[in-house]
Every structure is written in C-alpha cells, then in structure tokens.
Design a protein around this ligand. Structure first.
Ligand SMILES: Cc1ncc(COP(=O)(O)O)c(C=O)c1O
Length: 477
C-alpha cells in the first residue's frame, strides 16, 4: 500500500490477495493459473480475483465492500453508496427500477444516454421529454431550462432525470432545477457519468449532491482513472427509498462481481479524498495551457471555453474542438489523428471531443498539440455556421409508449417507406449515444435524412437493426 494513501479496504484487499499462496476449489475457473494451460489466456485472467472468496470471504464476513462503500458515501456527503462493475448503465437501471411502478411518468432530459431509456423500458416508466436549450453562439446544448421542467409538472412526474454534465461538458442551472423539483417533492436523479471529478477542486463545478440532488450516478472509468465499466451510485434518503434501491441494485447486478473494478472505485475515492484538489486543479491548468497554445495559431475561437457559458455551467477539464470554426470536418481530423495513433472520444462533422483525465499531464498535451496543430492548419478552410448535431435538435413525436413499442410485433421497411412509421429501435449516433429516435416515436423525413447524412459524414450510427440504414425496424401496422 502506498504510504501517501488513506485507507482503501477493497484496494488493499486486492493487493494482499496475491501475496498469499492459495488452493481454490471455487470460481473463478481460471484459479489465477490459466497460463499453465494457455499462456495468452493466462495473461488476461491470472490477475483477476472476484469479490466473493477473493477480496472478501465467500460469506463477505469481513464487510470489505460495505466499508469501502461507506467511505464513498461519506466523501460525497450522502446516505448511501454502491459500487458497480456494470458501468453507469447498470447504476442507471438500478435507480430507475427503484423509482415507481409501471405506468408512472418521469421527466427526462432528451440528452439522456440510451442506458436510461432502456432502464425505463425495463421499469415500465414513461418519459416526459425535456428539450435542452441550444446556445445560439456555439450551437451546443446547455441544459434543461427550469421553465421546460415547470411546464410539465402538472403531468405529475415521479422523478426528474437529468444528464449532467452533458457530453460536451455543459450543465443545466442545477440549483434552480433542484429547488423547483423539491418544491413538489420530486426527487432529482443525475446521470453524471462524465462528472466523477466534480466537487473535488474549486476549478470544476460542484457535484450535484452538494447542490441538493437526490442521486448521482458516475462512471469511474470515464473522468476518473478507474477500471473499465466501474461505476458509482450514490443517493440520499430524503425523497428516495434506499431499501428499494438496494433491492433493485442487487436484482440487476452480477452475482459474481470482479474484484479489480471494485478495488479501482475504492482507489479512485481514496485518490479524490487525498489529492483531488491538487490533481484536478493541475489538470484544469494543463488543459487551459493546451487550448491556449493550439488557439494561438488560429483567429476564430476553436474550443468551447468556460467563458462561453454562465459560471459553473461548463466542465473546465473538457476539450471540445469546434471544427466548423476552422471550416474543417471533425471526422477528417479524427482520421488524421488516428493515422498517428491518437484516438479521440468522439468526432462528428462540427465537433471533436478529447477526453482529458487525471492520468494526463503536460507531456501528453504537448504531444497532442504537436500533432494536432499541423493537422488543423492542413484542414483550415472558410468557417461555417454550426449545424446543431442531430442528437440535440430532433423534437420527438411520441406515437406509442416506449415499452409497448419495445415489445410490439415489428417489421423491416425500406428507408423511403419508413417515414411516418413508428420506430421499434432506439437509434443514436455513438458517441454520444443520445437517441435521435426512441421506440414508439415517429420516424420523420428529418430523422431519416439526418441519420443518413450523419452516417455519410463518417459518424457511427448505433443500435439500428439495419446498420446500413437502408431499412428500419418499425411497429407492424
Ligand atoms: C451520460 C451517460 N450515461 C451513462 C453511460 C453509460 O456508462 P457506462 O459505459 O459506464 O455503462 C454513458 C456512456 O457513454 C453516458 O455517456
């Protein structure tokens, strides 16, 4: 254990597991010695150990997970915390299943990730969609206006579900939304998949629980240096039933959680607790210096910056390149970077998103700038207006409940014949995984032509039954 670190029960248990000789007659079947029978397989599995019979005894008698989760709850100032090995996808499912009963309605940001929509189908909840406001200057969604939420309160949503920060780093006016929801005793659940670092440095926005929200879901493998698919679900008991959340968390989680993702969540928590302020502030400074250096080669503003938005409404660790300001195509920039082994988190024609985390330093930003600047100079052309991405601009037209459409009999029809039909698929450019059409919604000309154009521009269109988009899966008429 590093002498600088505060106690991290799961991380310590993971490290000490491998210090002892063992003779397991239990799962996992690789028994940490698969390399005996296949060296390559062994490379992948021999450092794996589960929670049950690994980080803790099979009967969890040492309460290692419970102790680690309690430390996380305390750090975020909450009543309850759970660690998931199933990503924010699972954490979203767990909380949504615990909210109400089939037929209940929830107010939901249209920028929600597909995992939230799938969870609504599972839980039988129906969405009341809330559209984000689009910033006129930059063309990006800047959150749900309070007025958008207040105009649907009479439809009696049982919860308000938000995605904060959004994929491009912007945030709603959370204190105002939370105050409005709580005035009607409506709990506020925030999918903060990309905001795990929030609240641990004065240079990034506060986390949503500190602003009064009732639940926070975050992927510790996104903005934080956690293991793939590790995630945290943190909640307050005032407006939410924590016993129900516990039950639905267990209902939907694997019964054999891997130890490494759990230990990494514990390690991320300890890191934030001891060095969050220092590391996140350094990251913000490094990101600002990187943007300044790249920007100095161009006239028009080419990045989203905190100064573009009201205070605390933008994640200052975010690097979002506005390719349209350069007259360039974001997907072409992505390809040019890829040819030099640099991967980006997301690219569409107008935008390229680079994910910067605590694992980056000036060395990586300098290396990126060195490759990026010549590419951008090469791609430079006349600036064009932002064509707001399809994911942010479609106004959904609901014809059938999402759950009914999901379970309905369906058929495939050619794209030209699909206009006016009810989609059975959720279809989303990925990233960001935000639905352009959800099950039960009408396929319009704007959607079908927009999806074809987005695909032709080089963006991956996910979850369509026919990925070529030549045909669509629709509800049988
Ligand atoms: C807003 C949001 N929520 C949830 C998820 C799902 O997270 P995970 O991949 O950890 O399951 C994502 C993934 O990109 C996301 O962007």
């Amino acid at each position: 254990m590093s002498s600088l670190r505060v106690s991290a029960p799961l991380l310590d248990a993971y490290l000490s597991y491998f210090e002892h000789k063992r003779l397991p007659f239990t799962i996992p079947g690789h028994k940490q010695r698969a390399s005996r029978i296949d060296a390559d397989l062994g490379l992948v599995v021999d450092s794996d150990t589960p929670l049950y019979g690994g980080l803790d005894e099979i009967k969890l008698s040492n309460h290692v997970l419970k102790r680690a989760e309690a430390l996380a709850a305390t750090l975020w100032g909450a009543d309850y915390a759970r660690f998931s090995t199933g990503g924010s996808t699972h954490a979203n499912q767990a909380i949504i299943l615990a909210l109400g009963k089939p037929g209940d309605k929830v107010a939901l940001s249209r920028t929600a990730h597909r995992s939230v929509l799938s969870a609504l189908v599972l839980a039988g909840l129906e969405p009341i969609w809330l559209s984000p406001e689009i910033d006129a200057a930059t063309g990006v969604p800047i959150g749900i206006p309070v007025s958008e939420f207040e105009k649907i309160i009479d439809q009696k949503p049982i919860a308000l579900l938000l995605t904060e920060p959004g994929y491009l780093g912007t945030l709603s006016d959370l204190p105002a939304l939370i105050e409005s929801a709580h005035a009607h005793a409506i709990p506020v659940i925030v999918d903060a998949a990309w905001g795990g670092h929030f609240g641990f440095s004065s240079l990034v926005p506060k986390h949503c629980l500190a602003l009064g929200a009732d639940a926070l879901i975050t992927s510790t493998h996104k903005a934080l240096p956690g293991y793939s698919a590790s995630a945290l679900l943190i909640a307050q008991g005032k407006y939410l039933n924590l016993d129900r959340i516990e039950q639905s968390f267990e209902t939907t989680h694997t019964t054999s959680p891997a130890g490494a993702p759990l230990a990494s969540i514990d390690g991320c928590r300890a890191l934030l607790q001891t060095r969050g302020q220092e590391l996140i502030s350094q990251l913000v400074e490094d990101v600002a210096a990187f943007k300044k250096e790249v920007q100095s080669h161009f006239d028009l503003p080419i990045f989203l910056n905190p100064s573009d938005f009201p205070v605390d409404r933008f994640d200052s660790t975010k690097i979002v390149l506005r390719a349209n300001q350069l007259g360039a195509n974001g997907v072409a920039i992505e390809k040019a970077l890829q040819s030099q082994f640099i991967r980006v988190e997301m690219a569409d024609s107008d935008t390229v998103v680079f994910l910067a985390t605590l694992a980056d330093s000036k060395v990586e930003f300098d290396a990126l700038a060195e490759v990026l600047i010549p590419i951008l100079k090469e791609e430079l052309s006349a600036a064009r207006k932002t064509a707001t991405s399809l994911s942010w601009s479609v106004t959904p037209s609901v014809a059938l409940s999402m759950r009914d459409a999901y379970f309905a009999e369906t058929e495939m029809v050619a794209a030209a014949q699909a206009v006016g039909r009810i989609s059975a698929d959720l279809i989303a450019p990925y990233p960001p995984g935000v639905a352009v059409v959800a099950p039960g919604e009408l396929l319009t000309k704007v959607i079908i032509e927009g999806l074809a154009a987005t695909k032709a521009a080089g963006v991956r269109i996910a979850y369509a039954t026919d990925p070529t988009l030549a045909s669509y899966r629709v509800v049988k008429s």
